[in-house]
Design a binder for this molecule. Sequence first.
Ligand SMILES: Cc1cc2nc3c(=O)[nH]c(=O)nc-3n(C[C@H](O)[C@H](O)[C@H](O)COP(=O)(O)OP(=O)(O)OC[C@H]3O[C@@H](n4cnc5c(N)ncnc54)[C@H](O)[C@@H]3O)c2cc1C
Length: 432
Amino acid sequence: MSESVLVIGAGLGGLECGILLSKAGYRVTVLEKNAAPGGCIAGYWRDGAYYDTGFHYAGSVGPGETLDVIFKQLGLGNLPWQPLEGEEVFVDGRRFFLPFGFEAYADALSAEVPHCRSQIGAYVDFLREVVQSPLRHFGEGQAMPLFSQSARSWLEAMIPDPLLRKVLCGASTRLPYAPELPLYSFAQVNGSFIQSAARLEGGGETLVKALVRALEATGGSLRCVAGVTALETEDGRVRRAVLEDGSALEADIFVSDLHPALTNALLPLSALRPAYRKRIAALRQTDGFTGFSLRFCPGAFPYPRRNYFLPPAGLFFSVPPEEESALTADILVPGTRPDEAQRWIFAFDALLPGLAAAVESVIVSTPKTWENYLGLPQGSAYGIAKDYAHPLSTVLSPRTPLENLFLTGQNLNLHGVLGVSMTALYTCKEIV
Ligand SMILES: Cc1cc2nc3c(=O)[nH]c(=O)nc-3n(C[C@H](O)[C@H](O)[C@H](O)COP(=O)(O)OP(=O)(O)OC[C@H]3O[C@@H](n4cnc5c(N)ncnc54)[C@H](O)[C@@H]3O)c2cc1C
């Protein structure tokens, strides 16, 4: 009889681990506390319109690129990706259009800042090398060098021109440029989007449905409204998961897609050393976002295949059912700012004239929304903040002190669809 696996949490990471382990012959059940799977990548419908929430676009999706390769392995090779042209970054009153694709990106930027052409070339070459050899830099141990270098110091040494540095860090919502940011996170995240970026027709909902279909096709199963309230242990192993309804499920292996502090909270006090609990509880979280989800009057605003960054905010359109005019879009701003909808709509309107007049309604979410819905500590968008000065304590292993309990998801190495997918492979490699 094959070994049984319980995955706790049907976010992207939990579903991906479920598929990979089920394909590898394990008997997998994924447990989700909410009524619907998907976690951060799940969108929602309101009054006939679909709204994306924590997934607007992904990087490295072109043929043979990292996410494409992983998705094919997961049975997600036929998703309706819609390639993006590029992104517009507004800094110091200037507009920079940066097309995706390494050469096109370098050429466009060099045309804007010609005296920095050679530095731009070296910058893009470095990002390309990181993105094209992901396993060389990902993980722990020998792979730590780029995790233990400061992105800020590297960038200051590489790019002396302060305006150019601002442009390169302009996509601030996809990767907040924090002082402790490791070079690896900076290079992998920005590099993968520059390599190629795309939106999905049907948004996060398309991805979640495809993940659930792939899980079920491999023999795995998903149970929603099945929140885990405790993990019971015996002899240094987890024995069973207790669910909200009081029932308990046994398994040979447990994988948690939850924040590691939440995973620890499910375990009895005696199961972990106090120092381990304290270390995980003390880790800093990345910021959460306030989101202004815009709905446009039909036909009132053209649909762009671009993202827009006005640091610290970003504007992301969802693929509309009829492609000519936009239906919904999200403005994301770090922190809790629920009363700033007008300010940001008009700030983007100054760059995209007609935007404000086309808005029919706005739905506001804050970090508290994310905390309440998914349990994300402080509503953090990207989980535990990685710190180049402390890579060994902020870049976490999938292994835990309990032999048969593993971690996955954005809190370990890297956030985002690409980062979580790479982490799922990493977790499953440890198990298999
Ligand atoms: C506003 C925002 C915008 C983003 N935009 C993008 C983007 O455009 N592109 C991109 O690549 N990335 C984006 N991201 C990041 C990306 O969405 C996340 O990195 C990724 O989805 C995290 O997946 P996960 O599986 O690690 O965690 P989660 O999605 O948090 O999944 C954890 C799951 O566990 C469930 N759960 C919690 N407690 C329990 C329990 N006790 N029992 C059972 N289940 C439980 C939760 O309900 C949830 O479904 C964005 C994130 C945010 C917040």
